[in-house]
Write a protein that binds this ligand. Structure first.
Ligand code: FAQ
Length: 326
């Protein structure tokens, strides 16, 4: 797979800076917003962090669907809190992205125009209550595996955001696993509902980790610069290894006839991922892509008055502060 270009035609001064930068991140050093960084590093981070922020925000939609239909008050409160957490993660990561000199409005416009990517996983429908359990267990579970690595990323604001976010994702994962465990111990119909949700969410969850290493154009550069510490396939494998015993513990079966434990490698081998499905979803043609973007656009329009009010309030406060300082 061809790698993306790094820096082209550098001045001798920038070449020396690049060398020092690479030595610094190579030793595990952090990069802060005001530090010198290669333009390409900045662009890569803006790409990755904005996609991540969009994912958190779009990711509220599949679960948000079930807030009014949660089966008890307790479940409703927990789900509400989780969905609100995802909004917070999105805002937190947008703030982190802004430290790289990009405007949040620009990023949001790209999302609403359908030009920006967000995680493929959020383009699948939530058909039953068990899907809420499957999302918490698998989607948040996958996010934790990925984000625990990103908590050591070389860009300081991103790494710090991940530390806080991972703590909340752990709670999300537990609430999802608990829903699945409860359903699995319930009536045959409840258990069947949990199994059906697992059958539908398993493969899309594996796709969250991105294309296989041989087809991942960004990985080599991100690893060289310490943004990613592990490859897509390494993280996917870790997720499978962690999840197989969890499924067994609650009596559910992962929908993969090729799943086998390899005594030598101490890893679970798994079947082939349907990459055609992955790219179809990434390119905007998954089951819910259009619905998700329409919902985001509607929410953005409906929230226009809040943004206008916040700006008017900030302008008033600024005027007041200037007047009291004079
Ligand atoms: N979906 O070269 P690579 C969450 C794109 S948060 C869509 O391997 P890279 C919490 C990729 O962007 C979930 N597109 O890319 C939650 C690239 O396109 P580009 C989000 C994908 O960056 C839970 C192209 O394919 N997490 O779940 C996907 O090295 C519940 C080639 O790929 C993050 O964003 C995909 N799955 O690795 C919220 C974590 N995979 O930009 C609500 C941060 C790849 O060149 C409810 N991001 N692509 O046009 C990452 O770790 C990485 O960016 C990867 C992709 C691993 C996603």
């Amino acid at each position: 797979m061809p790698q993306k270009n790094t820096e082209s035609a550098l001045s001798p001064e920038d070449a020396a800076r690049l060398e020092a930068f690479e030595a610094h991140v190579g030793k595990g050093g952090y990069v802060e917003p005001k530090d010198w960084m290669p333009e390409r590093y900045r662009k890569q981070l803006i790409r990755m962090m904005s996609q991540h922020a969009h994912s958190e925000v779009v990711g509220m939609l599949p679960e948000g669907n079930w807030i009014t239909r949660a089966p008890s008050l307790r479940r409703k409160m927990v789900l509400l809190a989780k969905v609100q957490d995802e909004a917070g993660h999105g805002l937190y990561i947008y703030c982190g992205t802004e430290t790289l000199g990009v405007d949040r409005e620009e990023l949001v416009e790209a999302l609403l125009a359908g030009k920006a990517k967000y995680s493929s996983i959020f383009n699948y429908p939530t058909l039953t209550w068990a899907d809420i359990g499957a999302i918490g267990w698998l989607v948040d579970g996958a996010a934790i595996v990925n984000q625990t690595m990103l908590a050591k990323a070389s860009y300081g604001p991103y790494a710090r955001a991940m530390i806080r976010i991972c703590k909340e994702e752990n709670f999300h994962k537990r609430q999802g696993y608990e829903i699945m465990a409860t359903l699995s111990k319930g009536t045959p119909a409840q258990k069947a509902m949990a199994q059906d949700a697992l059958d539908r969410w398993w493969w899309p969850s594996l796709m969250m980790f991105g294309p296989s290493d041989t087809n991942s154009p960004n990985s080599a550069e991100l690893i060289k610069w310490g943004v990613k510490k592990k490859t897509n396939d390494e993280l996917r494998q870790r997720f499978v290894d962690l999840t197989v015993p969890q499924a067994e513990a609650i009596g559910l079966t992962l929908p993969d006839p090729d799943l086998r434990y390899d005594e030598e490698t101490k890893h679970w081998n798994f079947g082939e991922i349907d990459w055609d499905e992955f790219w179809t979803v990434v390119k905007g043609n998954g089951p819910c892509n259009k619905e998700r973007l329409e919902a985001r656009r509607r929410a953005h329009d409906d929230g226009a008055w809040v943004r206008a009010a916040a700006e008017a309030y900030a302008a008033k406060r600024n005027g007041h502060n200037r007047a009291t300082a004079a």
